[in-house]
Design a protein around this ligand. Structure first.
Ligand code: AMP
Length: 397
């Protein structure tokens, strides 16, 4: 079965065609600057990768070009679109309506539209992508896979905010959580690596990248997560503040004369490790700057690592124990020094790192000591494969 995985942004379209027999990536690529001048497509297949200029007034033209790249020329990987059995779309916000992936119908699209106010930057792009794909791919079954769905198992005590209850009842203000597809994938891989049924495991999944979130996964179900109503919450991130005292907003708005839109934009785009360091949102730059003596770059990384460590302690307490801690995404997969900083000095709770095993990047590895009661695992995430797996299983019924 061949599944095309689609991840649409407002001006971009990422795709990957996966053959589920052997989980082989047949091609992947990215359309950029959709709706702007100088659009382009990067397509990779058969060991051949090329970026070419294109004209993409809308996502529809971008999809048509993707089809052309897949079926002709050096990047050809199928003879005809009819070989594609299903399409899986990444959708950021499923609200309380979508607790799992689902087949896309007119009704589903309408509900997604109703949910757009919850994710104004992301869901409209997802809908655009779905509608454009329907125009180009006709009757191929399509599935929506939500970033929020994996967290729909959280209990009310974890997802409610301590503000007037009517905000939840009337407007759906609650913790939803994100990165669910990644947390679900690595939790499944962790169970496979440990050779135990996921139902018997308590896991803490640390998705640490430009955006970061932690999830407490008990028996295969998310029971708490660090992101909230929006992806601004939880850990400090590349440019996002993470949690902060809401009282700061009024104070700074008064000092600088910002309105609420400007303030929230600063919290999303000019804060996090970028804001603290004044150097970069990229952890590699921060590591280099710190080596060259930039104290604030070191502070930003320390704050991030300390934040992750606190969540690990909190979620172990929330679940009454932990069998394994998982590191994934850009920082989690690549930064041995940050993994060590985060998971060191946790012997009191049964976590003992193995520095040598930890000197690895990007491959599934147990990085805790042989006698560590709690295993620490490096697991590269694969959201595309997870979307394809969900899509295949729904289409097969
Ligand atoms: P992601 O959002 O998952 O693509 O992760 C992006 C983040 O991973 C960026 O901040 C990168 O700096 C970080 N990253 C990638 N490679 C490394 C590395 N070798 N050491 C530290 N951070 C890294």
């Amino acid at each position: 079965m061949k599944v095309l995985v689609i991840n649409c942004g407002s001006s971009s379209l990422k795709y990957q065609l996966i053959d589920m027999d052997g989980e082989k990536v047949l091609c992947k690529g990215l359309c950029e600057r959709i709706g702007m001048e100088s659009s382009m497509i990067t397509h990779e297949a058969n060991g051949h990768k090329a970026t070419t200029p294109a004209i993409f007034p809308t996502h529809t033209e971008a999809f048509a070009e993707v089809v052309k790249k897949m079926t002709t020329g050096e990047g050809k990987c199928i003879n005809d679109v009819s070989e594609i059995d299903a399409i899986g779309h990444r959708v950021v916000h499923g609200g309380e309506k979508f607790k799992s992936s689902c087949l896309i119908t007119d009704e589903v699209i309408e509900t997604l539209r109703e949910l757009s106010p919850l994710a104004p930057l992301h869901n409209p792009a997802g809908i655009l992508g779905i509608e454009a794909a329907r125009k180009v791919f006709g009757n191929i079954p399509m599935v929506a896979v939500f970033d929020t769905a994996f967290h729909s198992t959280m209990p009310p005590k974890a997802y409610m905010y301590a503000i007037p209850y009517e905000y939840y009842e009337k407007y759906g203000v609650r913790r939803y959580g994100f990165h669910g597809t990644s947390h679900k994938y690595v939790a499944g891989r962790a169970a496979a690596m440990l050779g135990k049924p996921i139902e018997e495991l308590k896991l803490i999944s640390c998705h640490l990248g430009n955006g970061s979130s932690i999830a407490a996964v008990d028996g295969g179900k998310s029971v708490d997560t660090s992101m909230g109503f929006t992806p601004l919450a939880g850990l400090p991130m590349g440019t996002r503040s993470g949690d902060l005292d809401a009282g700061i907003l009024e104070y700074i708005m008064g000092k600088y004369g910002y309105d609420i839109k400007e303030m929230v934009s600063i919290l999303n785009k000019k804060s996090g490790v970028q804001g603290v360091s004044g150097v970069s949102s990229d952890f590699r730059d921060l590591e280099n700057a710190h080596k060259e003596g930039n104290e604030r770059a070191g502070l930003a990384v320390d704050m991030f690592n300390y934040g992750v460590k606190k969540y690990i302690g909190a979620y172990a307490a929330a679940m009454g124990g932990v069998d394994a801690i998982i590191f994934t995404a850009g920082v989690g997969e690549n930064s041995a020094s940050q993994r060590l900083a985060i998971a060191s000095d946790l012997e009191f709770m049964g976590v003992k790192m193995d520095a040598e095993a930890n000197s690895v990047r990007g491959k599934e590895t147990v990085i805790s000591a042989a006698d560590s009661k709690v295993k620490v695992l490096l697991i590269p995430t694969n959201e595309e494969l997870m979307i394809a797996m969900d899509t295949a299983s729904i289409v097969k019924g």
